[in-house]
Write a new protein. Structure first.
Length: 421
């Protein structure tokens, strides 16, 4: 999930890099991106220039947006005056998209960005300074991704009070594109019959993907789950349904410059949720979930059609996955067996195959942002790549506090999906 942000605060850690020690079986080395002195961080993605964006905890537990520079150094981008914020994983032509709390209490007592403070939350563009972006007449907005044309995709509230919203939400919201000119905002219409929507991805062609639904069945939070009933694509401002895998919930989470879309859809009966790849010619392809997991959630796709995300069981045990060449694999199978990290989610991948997300540090139970970089050279052999999906694979058991945070945010908990007996 491009915007899962788990607030787990224990002891801090300095930036360090852990190299695979068994290179004949590892395809990636994992770099710990550390924190700002707190105990938590997350990486939402990595640009083609290798810059990572995300959020990291301060000693007081608040989280600030960051981007990385040379050597993985993190730069605190600050906020719009509030305690918390996060940066997108893509540094675009003009800067990086930001979600930030302000210091102003929400007049409707909403918690739109779900940091728990009920403060007004704004989308912003950081390009050396933080510039707030307009809404559609409501109080809150989130800027989630910028392309290389200077366009930013996200979601913004309008002024419509909707009695069907799930408390504390009051106002309807729409998928939006800001830019490329400063101050521009374009609302993207939901599907006919729907009333709200959100955008999660945008490519350099200006195509946007996300979800469409009603305020009663569409969930938008910065630190939880993005989910709605209909996975959609906006092309030149026109909305198109991408279909389903037979269930009643769907989300398009990422799009590349080949107009290929990664997302998820529930299956008939809504007992499970599978990842999908959608193409114009082939439609929606079911990619499944890892092993016997019930949830597959893609969060990133690059221009080589590599897809990354998270795969979870009903108990909230999750592991990062990589899909390529019709094979879905646990990303933990591709790092050193004695790695100090267990990769929980992958949230972005660039064209060089670098993967960003968040991982569990096994020795401390802390959750830290990571960058997984492909290991080049003769050490990477075809034998290191699983030939088939291991149907008996299970996610590793993770600490109770982490597992419960996942469990509370799984689609089954928030959107009424059935559980297997």
């Amino acid at each position: 999930m491009r915007t899962i942000l788990i607030r787990i605060l224990t002891a801090g850690m300095t930036v360090s890099t852990f190299y695979a020690q068994s290179l004949t079986s590892a395809r990636y080395r994992v770099t710990d991106l550390g924190t700002f002195g707190g105990t938590f961080s997350i990486a939402f993605g990595v640009s083609n220039a290798g810059r990572v964006g995300g959020a990291a905890a301060l000693p007081n537990g608040n989280v600030h947006p960051y981007i990385t520079g040379l050597g993985g150094t993190k730069y605190d981008l600050g906020t719009l005056g509030g305690p918390n914020g996060q940066a997108s994983g893509s540094y675009g032509r003009d800067g990086v998209a930001i979600v930030s709390e302000t210091s102003m209490p929400d007049p409707l007592k909403e918690d739109f960005c779900a940091f728990g403070n009920h403060l007004v939350c704004k989308g912003a563009l950081w390009n050396g300074v933080m510039m707030p972006l307009p809404t559609l007449g409501g109080n809150n907005a989130m800027a989630l991704l910028q392309n290389n044309r200077g366009q930013i995709a996200g979601v913004a509230e309008n002024a419509t009070h909707d009695p069907n919203c799930v408390a504390p939400q009051v106002l309807d919201f729409e998928a939006v594109v800001w830019g490329p000119k400063t101050g521009d905002i374009q609302g993207l219409p939901p599907l006919p019959g729907d009333t709200v929507g959100f955008a999660l991805g945008i490519n350099d062609l200006g195509q946007v993907v996300g979800s469409s639904g009603t305020c009663a069945n569409t969930i938008v939070t910065a630190v939880g789950l993005f989910a709605g009933p209909h996975a959609v694509l906006w092309d030149n401002g026109t909305v198109k349904s991408l279909g389903t895998l037979g269930g009643t919930m769907g989300k398009a989470g990422a799009i590349n410059n080949r107009s290929e879309v990664a997302g998820f859809s529930s299956l008939p009966g809504d007992a499970s949720v599978h990842s999908f790849l959608w193409t114009k010619d082939g439609g929606m392809q079911d990619l499944g979930a890892v092993g016997t997991d019930y949830l597959g959630d893609p969060a990133g796709i690059n221009n080589k059609t590599q897809i990354v995300g998270g795969s979870c069981d009903h108990s909230g045990n999750c592991r990062a996955f990589l899909w390529e060449k019709n094979v879905l694999s646990d990303l933990n199978d591709f790092i050193a067996a004695d790695s100090p990290f267990y990769l929980l989610y992958a949230l972005g991948i660039n064209d060089a195959g670098e993967i960003a997300g968040f991982a569990l540090e096994k020795s401390t139970g802390e959750v830290h942002a990571y960058l997984a970089s492909p290991i080049r050279g003769d050490s990477v052999t075809p034998s290191a790549i699983p030939a088939v999906l291991n149907s008996e694979s299970r996610p590793a058991a993770i600490p109770e506090n982490v597992r419960m945070m996942f469990q509370q945010r799984l689609p089954g908990r928030r959107a009424g999906l059935a559980r297997p007996r």
